[in-house]
Design a protein around this ligand. Structure first.
Ligand code: F6R
Length: 606
């Protein structure tokens, strides 16, 4: 998390940097700031809170100059205070912005304090500024200063630094955190992602781990970790230059919920060839190499993985395990032979998922990435990409990216089943025809806002809430609980319905809301008895299912009816009501829906 930007060129940089920070706001919103250089003087403006606070402050006291750096913060080291906001200055000589964590900052700080440095903040980042000052006082030129700083620090970082002794030079470096450099006539811009520079240029170079660069308006010298000049390709990125708006909706999340029919149909198209056959975009030799799968992801993407496991094993018979990315990264998995690692990440930048993918690569596994951001680090490093076509997702809580991930996973499951003969041709055709109906079914769920509103009104006073589901609806119950807790701050947990009697049933008390997915068919009777047990102990039962399924639960306090669909696709259609429930409950409580407290869209720290 945290977003960084740096600009050097022939235009006044304040508004350019603010424009980039707007595009990076999804990365954090604890504080923000800008530092510029003019007439050999550093100027600084910082504010606690959202970017709008900085805009107010900077209007009263603008900064000037043609080179500057900016930052949007998601706090890691040090509280949310003005002193801890970036840019950090040392001795009014150097300013830096940093994304990531300097792991050995404590010993560096101790050493620098002994040498007489005065620290203002509690952050790990401030050591960078003091190290640069030290290097320049020793007579280093910018590239030498960078080498000196990099020789001292350990950890994950992307940073940009400016020094009043070199008022036309940006000094930047990365390791594990993303950093892109964009070029246009007489200017260069650096930022955490290409979208942040899309208002200026589409010509972008991505630094690789351990790269560092000295950037001016007319030149860019990049070096690799061995201090050798490095040639990094300049690519043309597709990022939209238009800042995304809410299109009349109150929140990005509400808009993104409504965009799901499109996101799903675009993703189905991406999974099909020009003749309309499902291929998942993978050639037959690559498909037949897949004998076992490990799915790696975090948060909502992990719940998509868990649903994907049910589908892949059911439709193709290929064994699948799901691993939380941050755990897998540090594990020594015993059996890796013939395993393909499939990582799932909306942003393509979650550090846990990126590290898990690199770990899988080091273990010799083929790596596939299911990603929404086409030019993200995971998209660039995976052996193969299965794109979700959800479009930019701005709301911190994932909605359309989740259902698009599910679409990729079900398509992959069908294609694998077809390839290894687990599914015959007629079953493949049947499932594909039914899949094509899912965007329409999801479109109908948009009518659920009104019926769910009174349920959300009731839920808003709850202290806790349980979500239940069986089979492939169990991970969806966990996703429903995650959505509710991150948006409304109500404690919520998801359980497999059958697990209740093994412990969680002890939580039941009068009025405890229990949101349960119910399905038709052989599991229905089991769900009824599990829910009866909960109702007998005072649970306030809310059921979600098709009309036939919810009609079986005549004792439910509230019913949410989803459109009919082939049962195997129920997790996709069933995802929408839990998103709406969480959204409307948060609306009732007045929480910050698009930027819930303590969260950020792209989690680039471990
Ligand atoms: C929750 C949510 C997060 C992300 C998680 C992984 O609504 O969005 O749990 O799913 O941080 O992010 P990606 O998919 O970008 O790797």
């Amino acid at each position: 998390m945290c977003g960084i930007v740096g600009y050097v060129g022939n235009e006044a940089c304040q508004e350019i940097i603010l424009g980039s920070l707007e595009r990076l706001e999804y990365r954090g919103y604890d504080s923000s700031g800008i530092a510029t250089i003019e007439h050999d003087q550093l100027q600084l403006c910082r504010a606690v809170g959202k970017l709008s606070e900085l805009k107010v402050k900077i209007k009263e006291k603008p900064v000037s100059g043609y080179m500057g750096i900016g930052h949007i913060r998601w706090a890691t080291h040090g509280g949310v205070t003005l002193e801890n906001a970036h840019p950090h200055l040392a001795n009014s000589e150097v300013a830096i912005v940093h994304n990531g964590i300097i792991e050995n900052y404590a010993e560096l700080k101790k050493d620098l304090i002994e040498k007489g440095c005065v620290f203002i903040s509690d952050t790990d980042s401030e050591v960078l500024a003091h190290l640069f000052v030290h290097a320049f006082r020793e007579g280093c030129v910018p590239v030498e200063a960078l080498r000196f700083v990099l020789s001292k620090i350990e950890g994950a970082f992307a940073f940009a630094a400016i020094s009043k002794s070199n008022p036309e030079t940006l000094m930047v470096a990365r390791n594990a955190s993303p950093l892109a450099i964009g070029f246009a006539d007489e200017m260069a811009i650096v930022a955490s992602d290409a979208t942040a520079m899309a208002h200026l240029t589409r010509q972008v170079t991505y630094l690789k781990d351990n790269d560092y660069a000295v950037v001016t308006a007319k030149s860019c010298d990049i070096f690799n970790g061995n201090n050798e000049p490095a040639n990094r390709e300049i690519v043309q990125v597709k990022a939209s230059p238009i800042l995304l708006d809410k299109a009349g909706f109150r929140h990005y999340m509400e808009k993104e919920i409504h965009e799901q029919p499109d996101a799903i149909s675009h993703t189905i198209s991406a999974m099909s060839d020009v003749g309309g056959n499902l291929t998942a975009g993978i050639d037959i030799p690559s498909l037949s190499k897949i004998k076992r799968i490990v799915l790696l992801a975090a948060g909502t993407s992990f719940y998509a993985a868990q649903i994907g496991r049910y589908w892949i094993e059911k439709l193709s018979g290929i064994p699948v395990v799901c691993e939380i990315a941050s755990e897998y990264h540090y594990r020594d998995p015993a059996a890796t032979g013939q395993t393909t690692a499939i990582v799932i990440s909306q942003s393509g930048e979650s550090i846990d998922t990126l590290m898990a993918m690199r770990h899988a690569k080091n273990l010799g596994l083929d790596t596939f990435g299911i990603v929404n951001v086409a030019d993200s680090t995971i998209a660039r490093e995976a052996d193969k990409i299965l794109p979700t076509r959800a479009g930019p997702e701005i709301g911190v809580a994932s909605t359309k990216a989740f259902t698009a991930q599910l679409v990729v996973l079900i398509c992959l499951a069908i294609v694998l089943g077809k390839q290894n003969g687990h599914l015959d041709e007629s079953r493949v055709t049947y499932l594909y025809q039914k899949l094509l109906k899912i965007p329409g079914a999801v479109g109908k769920t948009m009518k659920l806002f009104d019926p769910i509103r009174p349920i959300a009104h009731q839920l808003k006073n709850a202290r806790s809430c349980l979500f239940l589901g069986r089979d492939m609806l169990f991970p969806l119950a966990c996703e429903g609980a995650l959505k509710l807790k991150e948006l409304s701050y109500i404690h919520a947990e998801g359980f497999a319905s059958g697990e209740m009697k093994h412990g969680p049933i002890a939580l039941l008390e009068d009025g405890l809301p229990i949101v349960s997915f119910v399905s038709e068919g052989k599991m229905a009777l089991k769900a009824i008895s599990n829910l009866k047990e909960a109702e007998a102990r005072g649970g306030y039962i809310i059921v979600i299912g098709t009309q036939v399924a919810v009609d079986l639960i005549d004792f439910a306090a509230a019913k949410i009816v989803i459109p009919d669909c082939e049962p195997i696709f129920a997790p996709i259609v069933g995802a929408i009501p839990v998103q709406i429930l969480a959204y409307l409950t948060a609306l009732e409580k007045g929480t910050d829906i698009d930027q819930p407290r303590n969260l950020a869209k792209s989690v680039t720290v471990e």
